[in-house]
Design a protein around this ligand. Structure first.
Ligand SMILES: [Zn+2]
Length: 388
């Protein structure tokens, strides 16, 4: 996890002149400075600051104006920022209290909790219902993970811009079937105007792509790994002569091994034109019989399914090869690594040392906050922008 968090600064000399009366319904815009008052603050450098009392010329109400980095709250924004930073880095609420207290900063763990929740709630976007305003991308990567919350596993959906890895949305899902994934993803695809969906090879995502009319790129690494493992397993079964289903179809072991080797090569070169070769190979095994209920699947039937699946999958696996921008450059790399990295860095890493959140609100809030910090890695995330 890489993060760049910018702490709020305090400048006791810097005041912003009031521009609007805080009184509800009052349109007053001119104010008298009435008096300078002392305010005690929880802060390492400034235990006391000056605030100004102003009076509204229109309604006569009085209110205070605080220097930069201080608000009407007792704790300075910098201290709240430090609390948030330490928490995000992996300390518990109680541990943040201990560290800050040892530095002479009197903050309790419930204040730490409130500071983290308040900042998390100010994170703009990151929810399906309110994505970044007007943001557009051609391709959305999506994946599902789960986190433990109050003893229960909850599915979390993450959607990223598949062209640059930026996180668009982190949401709690009711479940992971095609209907539920579609209900989650379709509004996101619409909002950013995406034409392409990037996912792993789960069938539910294929359905979402078909039903929303989006092209799909299925992660080449996932399919490569799964295919290699199956080729290995089936080849061993054929070589050790434990299975006679191929014999029954008059297919020699040499032929079957050659087909598996060819599939292994193709799955790694991923040439769009190889689809017809896969079809030919599938046809060799097409008549393999389905075993009776509860019976082990023989090699011939498993090869039939493997070749059929990869033949059908081919356009989704090789999509990235032919999808190019106006300069002829490919837009995607064919993987869903952006999503996996985002899950690892922004959702799982902070979550790991605590083995679970107590509340869903924190689970989502903290994940969104960390992901938002990740989106702002280049310039750093100004915590002060997330404080009232
Ligand atoms: Zn007023």
């Amino acid at each position: 996890m890489r993060l760049k968090l910018l702490l709020p600064t305090i400048d006791v000399e810097k005041f912003e002149k009031p521009v609007k009366c805080p009184q509800k319904g009052c349109k007053g815009m001119r104010f008298y400075p009435r008096q300078e008052v002392r305010k005690r603050v929880v802060d390492a450098q400034h235990p006391v600051v000056s605030a100004w009392r102003y009076e509204c010329m229109q309604c006569g109400c009085t209110f205070r104006v605080y220097p930069q980095g201080v608000s009407k709250a007792q704790i300075s924004k910098r201290v709240n920022g430090m609390a948030v930073m330490l928490y995000v880095l992996g300390l518990s609420y109680g541990a943040v209290e201990i560290v800050l207290n040892s530095l002479g900063i009197a903050i309790g763990k419930s204040s730490v909790y409130r500071a983290v929740q308040a900042v998390a709630e100010k994170v703009p976007g990151m929810k399906r219902e309110q994505l970044m305003d007007g943001y557009r991308t051609k391709a959305v990567g999506a994946d599902v993970t789960s986190i433990r919350c109050n003893g229960e596993w909850i599915p979390i959906g993450i959607a990223v811009d598949a062209t640059n890895g930026m996180v668009l949305s982190i949401d709690e899902l009711p479940g992971e079937n095609a209907e539920q994934l579609k209900a989650w993803l379709e509004p996101i695809l619409e909002a950013v105007d995406a034409d392409v969906l990037v996912t792993d090879d789960a069938d539910a995502f294929k359905k979402v792509s078909d039903e929303t009319g989006r092209s799909q790129q299925v992660c080449k690494s996932h399919v490569g790994r799964n295919t290699d493992a199956l080729v290995e397993e089936l080849s061993t079964l054929i070589q050790t002569g434990q299975d006679h289903s191929l014999e029954a179809m008059n297919i020699s072991p040499e032929q079957a091994l050659a087909d598996l080797a060819a599939l292994k090569t193709m799955i790694h070169t991923r040439l769009p034109e190889d689809q017809s070769k896969l079809e030919e190979m599938y046809l060799r095994y097409a008549n393999a019989r389905k075993p009776g209920k509860g019976k082990k699947h023989p090699v011939a039937y498993r090869m039939r399914n493997l070749f059929m699946d990869r033949w059908n999958l081919w356009p989704r696996l090789t999509f990235y090869r032919t999808w190019k921008d106006e300069h002829g450059n490919v837009i995607l790399d064919g993987t869903n690594n952006d999503c996996e990295r985002s899950i690892g860095w922004w959702i799982k890493e902070r979550y790991r040392p605590m083995r679970g959140y107590k509340q869903k609100r924190s689970a989502l809030g903290v994940s969104r906050l960390i992901a938002f910090a990740g989106n702002n890695l280049a310039c750093g995330l100004r915590l002060t922008d997330l404080m009232a």
